[in-house]
Design a protein around this ligand. Structure first.
Ligand SMILES: [Zn+2]
Length: 132
């Protein structure tokens, strides 16, 4: 059974702080969600990440404890960095991660114009132009 300790490395320090501040009844679901995060395909992760960023931005306008929503967006940020490294990019690479792509998608669906995505600078995707 997954517990808080098992998701610390997955979600990163910011998200685990948000986890701790979230309402207790959300926590089992957040742990379950976070333990599955690294197992998602990049496409499924992008979808999940876009939703998390969108929800996190949306609820920021309302009073109340929304840490469970911010937790998901922060966790996606951390796992996107892991996926970036796992795809072979160097730590200095400036390319937009899946989080960056999801952020742009979330901004578009909220009616905003996102900043252009940045391309790979480490040579891993030299043939791929930034899109979006
Ligand atoms: Zn790169």
């Amino acid at each position: 059974m997954a517990d808080r300790a098992s998701i610390v490395d997955i979600v990163g320090p910011v998200a685990i702080g948000e986890f701790d501040n979230a309402k207790d009844h959300y926590k089992p679901g957040l742990i379950e969600w976070a333990s599955k995060l690294p197992t998602l395909s990049d496409q499924a992760f992008l979808t999940e990440c876009t939703r998390a960023i969108y929800e996190s931005a949306l609820v920021s306008r309302f009073r109340g404890n929304w840490e469970h929503e911010h937790f998901k967006a922060s966790a996606c940020y951390t796992d996107a960095k892991r996926r970036h490294a796992a795809a072979g990019h160097s730590p200095e690479c400036n390319a937009s991660t899946l989080y960056g792509r999801a952020h742009a998608l979330a901004m578009r669906s909220a009616g905003h114009t996102p900043r252009p995505l940045t391309g790979c600078t480490c040579g891993r995707e030299s043939e791929e132009k930034p899109s979006g």
